[in-house]
Design a binder for this molecule. Structure first.
Ligand code: GLU
Length: 289
């Protein structure tokens, strides 16, 4: 039997808080129960917001919690060439296209056309208008040569058509502690998502599916805030011929205002709790483990 593999994949763009602690500790618990391995991955493709200081801080926090992980730790910013190779393949297959519209242009276009009825993604952001997808190749080339800013967007319709003959592209398993059910993935709800930036040859979605496959991750245990994103990631996995992991989307730890914790919430930061004298066991109790 192959070893089950779990991972905790934080982004070093702020300090870890109780929500991260819950996710990391739950991964450890589920890996231990399954007799599996636990990997740590540093998701630092956003090189403007991620810093070595935040990374050092999160490693300190996780060590303090008593987490152990295998070496070497994969740091995404060291693998841009690998992501670029896959992006180039998608460009060659015309499954992504350069998208030039700025936020202001998108807003103006929507105001002129659909207004309030324009469809929005699960985060409430208006879907990308279809204009750039229809641009002739010569116009794309002209704009890129003129150094106009753009991002590579997935042609979600073409991608879905491509994988529709495959076995189970449209399903992912959402585990709860007691039951497993198949969920129909709905990547179209996000429209044409960004798969890479002009300067950074990947996005969260692309890097995460490539790394999960490369690292043999079989079980993805992460917060419910990423539940809808799984649809996009299942589509990419099938498109790129990668295996489908099992998904478990866990409850979120909420702040005193009943909202999801954010990295700016200083008093639930793990470093602050440590300095206030709490022990790792106190943290486990606080998150209900
Ligand atoms: N790096 C992501 C985050 O910190 C998590 C990605 C994932 O678990 O798939 O929100």
């Amino acid at each position: 039997m192959t070893l089950l593999t779990f991972r905790f994949a934080p982004s070093p763009n702020g300090e870890l808080h109780l929500g991260h602690a819950y996710s990391a500790l739950l991964n450890r618990q589920m890996a231990a129960q399954a007799g599996g391995r636990l990997l740590l991955r540093i998701e630092d493709i956003d090189i403007t917001r991620c810093t070595p200081e935040f990374e050092a801080g999160l490693l300190r926090d996780l060590e303090w919690l008593g987490l152990q992980w295998e070496q070497p730790v994969r740091r995404q910013s060291e693998h841009f060439a690998e992501y670029k190779a896959v992006l180039d393949r998608l460009i060659a297959e015309e499954l992504v296209y350069p998208a030039f519209m700025s936020r202001g242009e998108i807003r103006a276009f929507i105001a002129e056309t659909g207004g309030r009825d324009w469809p929005r993604d699960p985060d409430g952001v208006p879907l990308y208008p279809p204009l750039d997808k229809a641009l002739p190749a010569s116009e794309r080339k002209r704009r890129i040569a003129k150094d106009m800013p753009f991002a590579w967007r997935l042609d979600v319709e073409a991608a879905m058509a491509r994988v529709s003959t495959g076995p189970s592209w449209s399903e992912f398993t959402d585990d709860t502690m007691s039951a497993t059910r198949a969920i129909e993935a709905q990547p179209q709800a996000w429209g044409d998502v960004i798969l890479a930036r002009r300067d950074i040859p990947t996005s969260y979605h692309l890097a995460v599916v490539l790394d999960d496959a490369l690292q043999g991750v079989s079980h993805i245990v992460r917060g419910r805030d990423l539940y809808s994103a799984t649809s996009v990631q299942r589509l990419l996995q099938d498109l790129l011929g990668l295996p489908a992991p099992r998904y478990f989307h866990h409850r979120l730890i909420l702040g005193p205002d009943g909202r999801k914790l954010s990295k700016s919430f200083k008093d639930t930061g793990l470093a602050a709790l440590r300095q206030a004298g709490l022990s790792p066991q106190d943290v486990e109790r606080l998150v209900g483990l």
